[in-house]
Design a binder for this molecule. Structure first.
Ligand code: 5GP
Length: 173
């Protein structure tokens, strides 16, 4: 916890991105730092202690974290992707963003029924994105063991949308 607090200073706050009025938390400098990346990946891997068979990373920043966490745990990794990227799609979920809509797709042949998946992303904001990823996992009969994020924006109540799933965040603002 102390390690995480120390490296959290590497997160950059960017005003008015991607649109006016939004304070964007940019984790790029944290991930670019050797110690920062190690501390964050090690801490997220501990979130899986409850039992996990596979890691699911959400495009794009969840790929960077999810792959490293999976390797650390000795597990495989699945990337859930924005539409149009995958040659074979097991399932697609459309969801609402604060402005507009988005979708995520699960690659075919990746999650066996009953598999316990650790769902990884960088930031939990309104929770729509993580909720869509969880819905993909559950659609194919797998289950979400834990949702793990680096940072949770508590004011947006993303946790409320994820009722019934365990949610762990390294930092809450
Ligand atoms: P949601 O509102 O669905 O929870 O967040 C939408 C997507 O945008 C998620 O993939 C989330 O990681 C990303 N996101 C939202 N706000 C921020 C932010 O302040 N910083 C970063 N790095 N990502 C964000």
């Amino acid at each position: 916890a102390e390690d995480v607090r120390r490296v959290s200073g590497l997160i950059r706050e960017v005003a008015d991105f991607p649109q006016a009025g939004v304070l964007f938390r940019d984790l790029s400098p944290l991930l670019a730092d050797a110690e920062g990346f190690r501390v964050v990946v090690d801490a997220m891997a501990l979130h899986a202690a409850e039992g996990t068979d596979v890691v699911v990373g959400i495009e794009s920043r969840g790929f960077l974290l999810g792959a490293a966490v999976a390797h650390k745990l000795g597990l495989g990794v699945v990337g859930v992707r924005k539409p149009g990227k995958l040659p074979a799609v097991a399932h697609r979920v459309d969801y609402d963003l604060e402005y507009g809509t988005a979708a995520l797709e699960l690659p075919e042949g990746t999650l066996a029924p009953g598999a316990r998946a650790l769902v990884v992303d960088d930031v939990l904001a309104t929770g729509g994105t993580v909720e869509a990823a969880c819905a993909l996992v559950e659609y194919v009969g797998a289950e979400v063991s834990v949702v793990s994020v680096v940072m949770e924006l508590a004011a947006l109540n993303g946790r409320d949308r994820l009722a019934g799933r365990k949610v762990r965040s390294l930092l809450t603002v």
